[in-house]
Design a protein. Structure first.
Length: 148
């Protein structure tokens, strides 16, 4: 069985949560590629969202987690990449549905919107979920839109 690998990215507003999640993921035995940023110096979220989304789109990694202040900007950036299905979630239920119904390969969180442990619960729901193949036709429709 292959080791699961997750790419992480955040802007300055999301860096503390990203760092917390990185340590939790590592403790759970998951390989992590931390693509920054580190620290609180102001940076532009599109740079870090594109780094993670590019790795997903190219197949270098299968999953990613992005964090910015609200998660909105990261979601917009990530979903510009072919094959990326980034889902902004606000609670464990939406995280579960992002995986089960939408086969989201990037989970997006708002670093200014949720406590670290609550965000971890969201990540666990997303990681533990599995795509319900009855929704594949919808994923295929999204892919067709992407190609056009």
């Amino acid at each position: 069985m292959a080791i699961r690998c997750i790419a992480l990215g955040a802007d300055h507003a999301g860096a503390p949560l990203k760092d917390f999640l990185r340590e939790k993921l590592k403790a759970a035995g998951i390989e992590v590629r931390d693509l920054g940023t580190d620290g609180s110096q102001r940076v532009d979220y599109p740079v870090y969202g594109a780094r993670v989304a590019s790795m997903i789109s190219s197949g270098e990694v299968d999953e990613g987690v992005l964090v910015c202040g609200t998660g909105i900007g990261m979601s917009i950036v990530a979903n510009k990449f072919e094959g990326v299905r980034a889902a902004l979630v606000h609670d464990p239920f939406t995280a579960q549905m992002a995986r089960e119904h939408n086969n989201a390969n990037i989970l997006v969180l708002g670093g200014r919107l949720m406590a670290q442990e609550y965000a971890w619960e969201c990540v666990l729901q997303w990681l533990g979920g599995s795509f319900e193949t009855r929704h594949q036709s919808r994923i295929d429709q999204i892919s067709a839109i992407e190609k056009n």
